[in-house]
Design a protein around this ligand. Structure first.
Ligand code: CUA
Length: 340
């Protein structure tokens, strides 16, 4: 049964993938946002529920199709003859159809009910890592209240441990979700929504905002970086003692530019305290910039701060720093990338 279900799910998935091929191929699939590769207990339950649905629906589709084909061939009208003894109703066939329908519905209903119970389970608070997620147009502020860490867009978590998310918003309605981990809920201004997820294996799991929140809604990405508990502890320790001073002369010039132009809006722990934009402490350790839209490297960082709105349409808060000289831009990027 399990094998049949897997086969049917595989067939339907293959069909959908073929149909969506051009779209899928056009996307960067380094960190696929898909429910078909579950990486935690919640995502696993969702995947189970979905594959049972697909299996039941496929069986019904094929059975009805075959029956149709059989009837069309067997009872094809021949010439002008009118069949005699036309009759209505066939109690036994109807009973079988009803029974099949009810069994199918029960199978379809059971798994979401089980998923509900998995989602509703609140992990014991001494076993969780608590993370606050705050939606902004268009980036995610990420806080670890118990660890005293504030970061943006990229959430580090330990594997095998439930992560309790408390989501809210600083402006409009957003929704935080990471498909491969299964967790997802609204981030509403003035309210806190609680949910949890868990990653079984180390890896990078991409998610994004799931609620239309303005022009750059689609560019409001997030990455969950799941690490072994030991690596997570090491990350926490490094964040408690971050590199904030420039590591060379170019970076020293970059720091001056940062203090003059950026420090009023961005915090670097121990250096500046601006809160309008994301906290940039240890920015050089992040894998993406601009709300997860660009991979982290010097070229992209310069592209970003030279004209943020070109990357993130509708973005009006961060000014363009395109008028800085090429040398200054390079120095600023050098300094920021040196923050580890
Ligand atoms: Cu935030 Cu869509």
């Amino acid at each position: 049964m399990r094998r049949l279900r897997k086969l049917l799910t595989g067939l339907v998935t293959a069909g959908l993938t073929l149909a969506m091929g051009p779209l899928v191929l056009a996307q960067e699939l380094k960190h696929p946002q898909t429910l078909l590769q579950p990486a935690g207990p919640q995502a696993e339950t969702l995947y189970e529920a979905m594959s049972w649905d697909i299996a039941v629906i496929t069986v019904i589709f094929v059975a009805v199709g075959l029956l149709d084909a059989f009837i069309m061939v067997k009872f094809k009208r021949k010439g002008d003859e009118v069949p005699e003894n036309q009759s209505h109703g066939h109690p036994r066939a109807e009973m079988i159809a009803w029974a099949g329908l009810i069994i199918g519905l029960v199978i379809i209903a059971l798994h979401p009910l089980r998923a509900e119970s998995v989602f509703a389970r609140t992990p014991a608070s001494d076993q969780t890592v608590r993370v606050e997620v705050i939606g902004h147009q268009w980036w995610w502020e990420i806080k670890y209240p118990e660890l005293g860490i504030v970061t943006a867009n990229e959430m580090h978590i330990p594997t095998g441990v439930p992560v309790e998310i408390r989501a809210t918003s600083a402006d409009v309605i957003h929704a935080y979700g990471v498909p491969r981990l299964g967790g997802k809920d609204d981030a509403l201004p003035g309210r806190v929504t609680k949910f949890w997820f868990q990653a079984d294996e180390p890896g990078v799991y991409q998610g994004q905002c799931y609620e239309l929140c303005g022009a750059s809604h689609a560019r409001m990405l997030t990455r969950v970086i799941a690490q072994s508990p030991a690596d997570f502890e090491a990350w926490v320790a490094s964040r408690k003692n971050p590199v904030v001073e420039p590591q060379n002369d170019v970076a020293a010039r970059g720091q001056q530019i940062f203090m003059t132009n950026c420090s009023f809006c961005h915090t670097i722990d121990g250096k500046s305290t601006g809160t309008t934009g994301p906290n940039l402490t240890a920015l050089g350790t992040r894998t993406s910039i601009g709300g997860g839209d660009l991979e982290m490297n010097k070229e992209n960082l310069i592209t970003w701060f030279s004209d943020p709105e070109a990357v993130k349409p509708g973005q009006k808060i961060m000014p363009k720093f395109g008028t800085l000289s090429a040398e200054d831009k390079d120095a600023l990027a050098e300094y920021l990338l040196g923050l580890k």
